[in-house]
Design a binder for this molecule. Structure first.
Ligand code: ATP
Ligand code: MG
Length: 216
């Protein structure tokens, strides 16, 4: 159980920002902060994945590294906290529905929960486990992301699950064409990552030799 989790109080609004965070970067932080501001959230809880089902486990950096980088990146924002709920899951990965249910119960079903995603993630939501239940216990914020279109969102989701559309809000975000893939690639190529991720995360990556190209 994460020590930093906010205490429950009536009328709370909570954001959940799920991700692999391999590594966390300014794109993640900008969307979390913008959603927090626009939706007047009390807290945003960052939830790094365990070993995600859609990425080959061997390709994903050890959860403890990803967790620590997420803590470093969020340390100077009093509204941001990091949860180990997925990382500590014994099965190695957790579905979003399990995580949202966990927080729904933690806040006794009384907090308004917003799950924050980028445009790419929301377009895949109908492939998520128990998505209909997800739409009944939380709201979704779909943040714009360069390179991904939300033009078909209403059509794609509306044709399968029309009631879900009432639970999804699109939020225009100052464009950040940054991805974890880009950062991993830049480190492997020996290019700088300063100003793409907080300095503390860049330092952590260098200190621990993450993402360096393996010698063959
Ligand atoms: P990878 O390249 O490894 O897939 P990523 O940058 O997409 O990494 P994730 O951890 O996969 O990061 O993403 C977590 C969440 O953050 C997802 O909902 C994703 O859509 C969103 N996100 C990531 N980067 C951005 C960005 N630059 N702008 C808007 N949303 C983003
Ligand atoms: Mg991604």
């Amino acid at each position: 159980m994460t020590l930093q989790l906010p205490k429950f109080r009536d009328g709370m609004s909570i954001g959940i920002m799920g991700g692999t965070f391999d590594p966390i970067h300014l794109g993640h932080l900008v969307i979390a902060e913008e959603v927090r501001h626009q939706f007047k959230l009390d807290k945003v809880i960052f939830v790094p994945t365990g070993y995600p089902p859609h990425k080959k486990a061997s390709n994903v950096t050890h959860p403890e590294h990803r967790y620590l980088m997420t803590v470093l990146a969020t340390i100077n924002n009093p509204h941001f906290v990091v949860s180990r709920v997925e990382i500590d899951n014994a099965k190695g990965f957790t579905y979003t529905i399990d995580t949202v249910r966990f927080f729904h119960n933690y806040f006794q079903g009384k907090a308004k929960i917003y799950f924050i995603t980028g445009a790419d993630a929301i377009m895949e939501i109908l492939t998520w486990k128990d998505y209909a239940e997800l739409f009944s216990i939380c709201y979704f914020i779909a943040a714009t992301r360069p390179g991904y279109s939300l033009n078909n969102l209403n059509k794609t989701i509306g044709s399968v699950c029309p009631q879900a559309l009432e639970r999804i809000q699109v939020l225009e975000i100052p464009a950040m064409q940054i991805s974890s893939t880009l950062i991993r690639q830049r480190v492997a190529d020996g290019k700088p990552i300063k100003y793409l991720t907080p300095d503390s995360v860049a330092d952590y990556i260098m200190k621990n030799g993450l993402y360096r190209r393996r010698e063959v």
